[in-house]
Design a binder for this molecule. Structure first.
Ligand code: GUN
Length: 282
């Protein structure tokens, strides 16, 4: 029998904790504030940004939204980031990715002040994560660690296999799992014998971006399965990177899509915004 790890439930408990922290900060005259930048009108990004706004409302965090047209120039985007960097009332800055192709993502991420970088994508923050000494963690991997902690799933000595090597999920996920003394393997499009590698995993994290990529024949009996994927398919429904219906029969724990990792990402962002406010206000 598998257990469903409910991101909906766990994220609620995180947001309630954050809301309490915000209440205390407000008593001391500090109102945490998150600025979100969205360039263009990608429908999925719009949904994410809207969910972030709702979570801010829930937690009592002030939220600012900056919507730039799809043809905005690099200069426009950079000068907005610079304005938010120097605005003392703004504690966190998030630029929703992906950006339209003509914009340089790296340039923008490097421009966000590290102490306002609630995504933890700035090279300085990435460096802190590498050495295990950080203020912020990237929202998705940190949300996954929170889920595992909530379910009392210990990673010490476990074989953890991450599928996908992105800067947003795969690479930082590996660092966080290593910090918990797991043996970590990161797979990607050039990995040979992927099925055999995944079949040895006690914990699988799927962050590939392909619906139902992970199939039941890849899963060891009793594995913990964490699905980061959110893929909208032709039937209009959302599917994860894991073939949920088949894989759940072999899993000990599994996250659903939707209602799994997604809400945890947003809850961590709320936590990071409060951390940023605390750091900036001493
Ligand atoms: N796009 C998909 N995930 C993320 C994220 O965690 N942060 C930002 N800024 N953009 C994203």
């Amino acid at each position: 029998m598998f257990k469903l790890i409910s991101g909906k439930e766990i994220s609620l408990s995180v947001k309630e904790r954050v809301a309490e922290e915000v209440k205390d900060l407000k008593k001391n005259g500090i109102e945490p504030c998150l600025a979100v930048i969205l360039v263009g009108d990608d429908p999925a990004s719009k949904v994410y940004v809207n969910n972030k706004k709702k979570a801010c409302e829930f937690c009592g965090i002030r939220s600012l939204e900056y919507l730039l047209p799809a043809d905005a120039s690099q200069e426009e985007l950079n000068s907005l980031v610079e304005k938010l960097n120097s605005d003392e009332s703004v504690n966190g800055i998030l630029c929703q990715l992906p950006l339209p192709a003509h914009l340089d993502e790296k340039e923008v991420l490097n421009l966000i002040k590290p102490e306002k970088d609630v995504d933890a994508f700035h090279p300085e923050n990435v460096g802190h994560i590498m050495i295990g000494d950080f203020n912020f963690l990237p929202c998705t991997p940190a949300g996954i660690m929170e889920m595992l902690k909530y379910e009392n799933i210990c990673l010490d000595g476990k074989n953890c296999v991450i599928i996908g090597r992105s800067n947003i999920v795969g690479k930082p996920m590996a660092m966080l799992m290593l910090k918990e003394n797991a043996t970590v393997t990161v797979c990607h499009s050039h990995t040979k014998n992927l099925k055999e590698v995944v079949a040895r995993a006690d914990v699988v994290v799927a962050a590939v971006g392909k619906a139902k990529f992970v199939t039941a024949d890849m899963i060891k009996d009793g594995a913990v399965i964490i699905d980061v994927g959110i893929n909208r398919c032709e039937d209009g429904k959302l599917y994860g990177d894991v073939d949920f219906e088949a894989c759940k029969e072999k899993a000990s724990y599994i996250t659903p899509v939707p209602g799994g990792v997604g809400p945890m990402t947003i809850a961590t962002l709320m936590q990071n915004t409060v951390t940023a406010a605390k750091i900036q206000k001493g």
